[in-house]
Each structure stands twice: as structure tokens, then as C-alpha cells.
Design a protein around this ligand. Structure first.
Ligand SMILES: NC(=O)c1ccc[n+]([C@@H]2O[C@H](COP(=O)([O-])OP(=O)(O)OC[C@H]3O[C@@H](n4cnc5c(N)ncnc54)[C@H](OP(=O)(O)O)[C@@H]3O)[C@@H](O)[C@H]2O)c1
Length: 319
């Protein structure tokens, strides 16, 4: 019985792999708009798709990012200055893209831009901390998508949303997980809404990878900055050695967890954009597949016990 079930799973995986091999034709006529191309996954994806022959429209947050990308890529790649939290800039970018793609429409948008700070226990944060991150990570995704959706419908193309494994399970305070849960929800309703139009909506849920988003020095600086502004009574609840314990925990666990092979994610993004039969969801990273996802399906008391056992506890903890 076990062997029979194992055989069926294996058969399904082989079938899925073979089905996923075929790529869409006429790449040189297909435009792909990517946000957050200054660094990390977005930057690598822009270069990778440019190499594969796609017409990449790279949204960069900084001028430096635009210049560096232009230097490395072919002249088929176009860059745009884009702040995904600024509605006017998004509309202006959409107008430029409309002119660029003409009657062909836009083949794909990859909503990749994102930030990971400010992050801290929720009782350390102010509402502004939540709003800024939601503006970038969630409203930015929705705004960019809506701005080019008519062009994607015309091409019967794709929307690729970069969520996170933290859109499935929520171990940290602040808006990061909230924003990624939101991206998952937007992704799922959009997928069902767009299916009748022949538009595919795909979601990438990476585990931990070594980029600026998981950079431990930036995260430590973020914690220190927020700690500094805390009222004394909250600092007393957490204890004067809390920050030292947090720094140690980050060094021991966080840094070791991040995978340096960003191509694992970029290959999934490329598959979502270019495969004739893309998958609905991708979970790049061994930690995503074999740890975070299974943990997200566990009963709450098990995931809570796991996180609480491993968390740095406040001085006044009753646990
Ligand atoms: N790394 C991971 O472990 C991981 C895991 C799960 C999901 N993700 C997600 O993957 C996506 C890409 O992140 P990454 O890991 O590649 O980190 P990254 O290198 O920091 O990439 C994020 C990009 O977004 C840009 N950006 C920041 N604010 C922006 C704004 N307001 N408008 C437009 N662009 C903006 C950044 O520009 P600057 O560099 O100029 O700031 C950067 O180029 C994010 O959505 C992130 O949440 C990452």
C-alpha cells in the first residue's frame, strides 16, 4: 500500500516535471515588467530573462540601480524609475509601458519589490511602521497590477506575485507577514477572476535567502533603532539584556538559515513567466518545502509551542 502511494506521488512529480519543460515561443516579442530590480531576486531575474531573449522592463527604485542594470544587459532591456508606494509614479510607468508594448500587450508583470523593516515585536511598533510597509509590500503589488492589467489581458499573459513563506505562517511582529498574507489573498482572488480571460496568476513563496531583506546587520540596526525610542516601562518589561540575547539569536539562527543560492528563486520566477504550463505556486528553498510549509499546516498549539520555545523571552515572561 505504501509503495503504491509512493509510486503514484512519484508518477505525479515526473508528469509535472515533464509538463513544465516546454517554454512559450517568440520570447523576443514578449515584454516582462519587473519591480524592485536594483538588487536581489529582481535584479537577477531581469538579467536572466534578458539573457533568455525576453523584452525586460525593469522597475528600479534608484538611478544607480538603473545605470548598473543597463551596463550589464542588452539594449533590449528598458529601465524605469519606480517607487511602488507612489501611485503617480506607477501610473506614469504604466503609460510608458503602454506605448512600449503597443498592440501586443504586456506578457507578464512580476511584483517583486519589497521591504522587511521595520520589524519588531508588535508592542514596540507604531501604526506608521505598519502603514509604510503595507504601502510597499501590499498596496504596491495591487496598484502595479491594476495599472497594467488591461495590457496583460490583451496579451493573455501572466501576473507573478512574490509573496513569502511568511505569507503562510506568521512568526514575527510588524507588517511583513501581514503584507505577505495580503499578497497571497490578492493573488488567489485575482487568479480566479482572471482565469476566464486566459490570464494566469502565479505565486512565489520563497524561504530564507541571503539578500538585503534578510541582511542581519540591517535587521539588527532596525531593532536597535526601535528599541531606542521605546518608553522605559516597555524596556523594563523586556529587560536590559534583551537586545544582547536578540543579537546572539540572530547570529546563531538567522544568518545560518539564509540560502546564498538566489537562482533557486529566480528559476521559479523564470518558470512562472516562461513555461507553457506554469505551477500555481512555487516554494523555493529546502526550508520552505520541508520546514515552514509543513509547520504552517500543523495545529496551532504545535506551531505556537515551537516558536515560543525558540523565542527570546521578555524579562517578565510567565512562560
Ligand atoms: N530574501 C528572502 O529571504 C525573501 C524571502 C521571501 C520573500 N522575499 C521577497 O522577495 C522580494 C525581493 O526581495 P529580495 O530578497 O530580493 O531583497 P532586496 O534585494 O532588498 O530586493 C527588494 C528590492 O525592492 C526594492 N524596493 C524597496 N522599496 C521599494 C519601493 N518603494 N519601490 C520600488 N522598489 C523598492 C529594493 O530597492 P533598494 O535595493 O534600492 O532598496 C530592492 O531592489 C521581496 O518582495 C521580499 O519580500 C524575500
Amino acid at each position: 500500500m505504501f509503495l503504491y502511494a509512493f509510486g503514484l506521488v512519484l508518477l505525479f512529480l515526473v508528469f509535472r516535471w515533464l509538463r513544465g519543460l516546454k517554454r512559450v515561443p517568440n520570447k523576443c516579442e514578449k515584454f516582462v515588467y519587473i519591480t524592485g530590480c536594483d538588487s536581489g531576486f529582481g535584479n537577477l531575474l531581469a538579467r536572466h530573462l534578458d539573457e533568455k531573449g525576453f523584452r525586460v522592463i525593469a522597475g528600479c527604485y534608484t538611478e544607480k540601480g538603473e545605470d548598473e542594470l543597463k551596463k550589464i544587459c542588452t539594449d533590449k532591456l528598458t529601465t524605469l524609475h519606480l517607487d511602488v508606494s507612489d501611485h503617480e509614479k506607477i501610473s506614469k510607468a504604466a503609460d510608458t509601458i503602454k506605448t512600449l508594448v503597443g498592440q501586443r500587450g504586456l506578457w507578464a508583470v512580476v511584483n517583486n519589490a519589497g521591504v522587511s523593516v521595520p520589524t519588531a515585536p508588535n508592542d514596540w511598533l507604531l501604526i506608521e511602521d505598519f502603514k509604510h510597509m503595507l504601502d510597499v509590500n501590499l498596496y504596491g503589488v495591487i496598484d502595479v497590477t491594476l495599472s497594467v492589467l488591461p495590457l496583460i489581458k490583451r496579451a493573455k499573459g501572466r501576473v507573478v506575485n512574490v509573496a513569502s513563506i511568511f505569507g503562510r505562517i506568521s512568526p514575527i511582529g510588524g507588517a511583513y507577514c501581514i503584507s505577505k498574507y495580503g499578497v497571497e489573498a490578492f493573488n488567489d482572488s485575482l487568479r480566479r477572476n482572471m482565469a476566464p480571460f486566459g490570464v494566469k496568476v502565479l505565486c512565489i513563496e520563497p524561504g530564507f535567502f541571503k539578500t538585503s531583506v534578510t541582511d542581519s546587520s540591517a535587521l539588527k540596526r532596525n531593532f536597535e533603532k526601535i528599541w531606542e525610542r521605546l518608553p522605559q516601562d516597555v524596556k523594563d518589561e523586556y529587560g536590559s539584556d534583551y537586545m544582547d540575547k536578540l543579537r546572539l539569536a540572530m547570529r546563531e539562527k538567522f544568518e545560518k538559515m539564509s540560502d546564498p543560492d538566489l537562482m533557486k528563486v529566480v528559476k521559479c520566477m523564470e518558470h512562472a513567466v516562461a513555461a507553457v504550463h506554469p505551477q500555481t505556486r512555487y516554494s523555493p528553498g529546502w526550508d520552505a518545502k520541508f520546514f515552514w510549509l509543513p509547520l504552517s499546516y500543523m495545529p496551532t498549539f504545535i506551531s505556537d509551542a515551537f516558536f515560543l520555545r525558540n523565542a527570546v523571552k521578555p524579562k517578565v515572561s510567565v512562560l
